[in-house]
Write a protein that binds this ligand. Structure first.
Ligand code: FIX
Ligand code: ZN
Length: 412
């Protein structure tokens, strides 16, 4: 039996070096041009930092939004890195990125950091970030309703095989009233009251976009009051269009539940909040549609235990990620430990949710540190119980946690 020290070292080493499939991000294949964000200014105006910056800034919201990106970044840098120590997870992330790229953050010199970024070309920088983060595949979030993104898909482009697609359909499910006329205008025979061929036409829309994007799964974010069954447009569309589409195409349906959009609209993208949701909606879907596959993450800390219990009951449910306000070391640790204790390796502990390419570097290094720590503890417990985990077993398990279990679930 290896000593506890070498076991720990092995687990840490395997978690640090195993390439990951990042199953949910807001990054784009470089072919999307400016939609792929990167560099120091984008890092500083990330909405996590904007929310934190406004806690110190006394600039009116409108004035801030009227500034150029560089000026906004200057203000945030000053508020969060110069006038206070950058202790928050999102601030620390900026430092981890700079440090990993070999840049000197000690000097607190923003113009100097900018000058380093000016030397990069996006293709090389993409490869560098993926290498540093040891990310083997990045799943994008792809919306046919996005006016910037849609034309790129319609034109067609050579796919970068490191970037795979996920079909995002929020407007369809959470804003049916405004989306139905748009679908109608683009040639789908749908009616706002769901009459006629509406559901069949929504299925045709989903099938066409799934094919065009080669979408690995279909996804939506939902508010805390999401209920199923219910007489809501979202519930009706899920039951009569999204799930039949999923069964026909063998495509999983991802639900990210618990976001309250625009609690402070003045903060724009940074203005969303969280609320408790009812896990019963997930259980009802899994029970009623055993031939559909559900990927689920929930935003409220209070929902995590119930979601693990649901996953114990339904093998067509795959739990993933520590989403957004949960993507902090203390909560990742708590959630990862609980998930391992309750559902073992049949889950995906983390996704990055990156909006800026460089963030891959910090989100994965910070998460790997915690996943490694919790996992090492768990193997230690097994060793204490007389079980002797081999290196090959540890590698197999870590591959599963970092994307393998997810891929198998999609293929099942
Ligand atoms: O709905 C989502 O996919 C969320 O992750 C985003 O909307 C959110 O803004 C975000 O970036 C969270 O990390
Ligand atoms: Zn997201």
């Amino acid at each position: 039996m290896p000593s506890p020290f070498s076991l720990r070292q092995q687990v840490t080493d395997v978690v640090q070096t195993t390439p990951v499939f990042d199953i949910h991000t807001h990054l784009y294949d470089p072919a999307f041009g400016d939609l792929l964000l990167w560099g120091i200014d984008e890092l500083l105006v990330y909405h996590y930092l904007v929310a934190e910056g406004f806690r110190h800034l006394d600039v009116p919201y409108a004035k801030f939004w009227a500034l150029s990106k560089t000026q906004q970044a200057d203000l945030i840098w000053d508020a969060l890195f110069v006038r206070h120590s950058p202790l928050s997870e999102a601030c620390r992330g900026v430092l981890t990125v700079m440090n990993s790229l070999g840049l000197d953050v000690k000097r607190r010199d923003l113009p100097l950091l900018r000058s380093h970024f000016a030397k990069w070309e996006v293709g090389e920088f993409t490869t560098r970030c993926l290498e540093l983060a040891k990310v083997r595949k990045v799943c994008m979030t792809n919306s046919p309703f996005d006016d910037m993104e849609r034309p790129v898909w319609e034109r067609g482009f050579d796919r970068d095989e490191r970037f795979v697609a996920a079909l995002r359909i929020d407007p369809l499910l959470v804003d049916w009233e405004n989306t139905a006329p748009k679908l109608h205008a683009s040639g789908y025979d749908v009616r706002a009251d769901f009459s006629g061929r509406t559901f069949a036409e929504v299925r045709r829309f989903l099938a066409e976009w799934t094919r065009r994007m080669d979408a690995r799964y279909c996804m939506v974010s939902l508010t805390p009051d999401f209920a199923f069954p219910a007489e809501t447009p979202a519930a009706r569309l899920i039951e009569q269009a999204v799930l039949p589409h999923g069964r026909e195409h063998g495509q999983a349906f991802a639900m990210m539940i618990g976001v309250k959009r625009g609690v402070n609209p003045q903060l724009r993208l940074a203005g969303d909040s969280v609320g408790w949701a009812d896990v019963a909606a997930v259980e009802n879907l899994c029970a009623r549609f055993p031939d559909n596959k559900f990927l689920v993450t929930m935003l409220a800390r209070e929902n995590q235990h119930g979601l693990c219990v649901a996953a114990r009951k339904f093998r067509n449910l795959h739990v993933f990620g520590c989403w957004w306000f949960l993507n902090n070391p203390s909560l990742i640790e708590e959630m990862t430990r609980m998930r391992l204790e309750m559902i073992g390796l049949s889950m995906t502990p983390q996704h990055s949710d990156c909006r800026v390419l460089d963030q891959l570097v910090y989100k994965w290094s910070h998460s790997r540190e915690i996943i490694g720590k919790v996992l090492a503890e768990k193997y230690d417990d097994l060793a204490a119980a007389g079980w002797d985990p081999t290196r090959a077993e540890i590698e197999r398990d870590v591959r599963d946690l970092l994307g393998g279990a997810f891929e198998r679930f999609l293929q099942s």
